[in-house]
Design a protein around this ligand. Structure first.
Ligand code: NAP
Length: 298
């Protein structure tokens, strides 16, 4: 299966009234497509593309995230290069490490795990990554390319959401879409991708007046606020597609930004948490690493 042909897999289930968009199944198909492409590359005498992960400090959650990305690389046949700097690493050391990885021809993609220790500037470190190796798609150059409609590496989570919409046969062109949240990591690039797909895209945030009414206007509602179950069933237009990006850990386990039980009774299609957007993010990271190896983005 080619990379452009991963949407024919079963990934939609029924639960309540809304179709459930099964991100786990879609991500599995994407990972399999990457694995096949890597195997072909290696069989043709090439090297397996390598993802370099940079971890600075001892934040346990960051270590877990990096570990899962390395494992995901191994599962699809990508190489990984892990570099760990101590929590007191200097700015110069951190920048020198990224420069070293930028110039290492074996490294196709570089990911600097955020957050970094407080004395370092995560934005500065991210921006030091060569745009051609920017597999998180978060450098100024990558953001500019997205905004201008130029080819480039796209941020993994919004790109994963676009793939989920495509898989669910939800076409954003001409529809009212709403992104709840305006972060550089997700909300802003998500809106850019929706505009590029000919949607009418609105971005709402903590200062938006009458948020519930705004949400009710959306044919496609994408929530990324980091507030457990904030989006209620009454906020959703009947039949709308709801994508829940939120990851909130609490006493009830992992929950999204959408009250799933209420929303599933109103929406036409909905992505769950867990098993929705989360698996797509890692799948897109793998795909971006392959894309970085295959194309010269500069
Ligand atoms: P963020 O940087 O904290 O941004 C949150 C956004 O939500 C901000 O724009 C904020 O508005 C807005 N917001 C917060 N409270 C609000 C409220 N009560 N009403 C309206 N808007 C509100 O977060 P993020 O990095 O974008 O992440 C958002 C969520 O997505 C988190 O749960 C995160 O864990 C999750 N996430 C998941 C994945 C994944 O792979 N599934 C990837 C990335 C993020 P202001 O700008 O006005 O403050």
């Amino acid at each position: 299966m080619g990379l452009s042909n991963v949407y024919g897999v079963p990934g939609l289930g029924k639960r309540g009234r809304a179709r459930v968009i099964d991100g786990k199944a879609i991500a599995k198909a994407e990972r399999e497509a990457v694995a096949l492409a890597v195997a072909r590359l290696v069989a043709a005498g090439g090297h397996a593309p390598a993802l370099a992960t940079v971890l600075i400090g001892d934040d346990p959650a960051s270590a877990v995230y990096v570990g899962s990305k390395i494992k995901a690389c191994e599962e699809v046949g990508l190489s990984s290069v892990h570099r760990h700097l101590p929590a007191d690493a200097s700015r110069e050391q951190a920048l020198a490490l990224i420069d070293e990885l930028n110039s290492d021809p074996r490294v196709s993609g570089i990911l600097c795990q955020l957050p970094v220790p407080a004395h370092l500037d995560g934005t500065e470190l991210t921006n030091r990554i060569d745009p051609g190796k920017d597999v998180d798609g978060l450098t100024v150059a990558s953001a500019g390319r997205l905004a201008l409609g130029l080819p480039g590496l796209r941020p993994c989570t919004p790109a994963g959401v676009m793939a989920m919409l495509e898989h669910a046969e939800v076409r954003p062109a001409g529809r009212d879409t709403m992104v709840l949240g305006r972060s550089n990591l997700f909300g802003k690039p998500m809106a850019q991708m929706l505009i590029a797909a000919d949607a009418t895209a609105t971005v709402c945030h903590s200062r938006t007046a009458d948020l519930a009414a705004r949400c009710r206007e959306a044919d496609v509602l994408i929530a990324a606020v980091g507030r457990p179950r904030m989006v209620k069933g009454s906020w959703i237009k009947p039949g709308a597609t709801v994508i829940d990006v939120g990851i909130n850990r609490g006493p009830a386990g992992l929950v999204g930004d959408v009250d799933f039980e209420e929303a599933v009774a109103v929406a036409g299609a909905i992505s769950p948490v867990p098993g929705g957007v989360g698996p797509m993010t890692i799948a897109r990271l793998l795909r971006n690493t392959l894309q970085a190896a295959q194309s010269n983005v500069d």
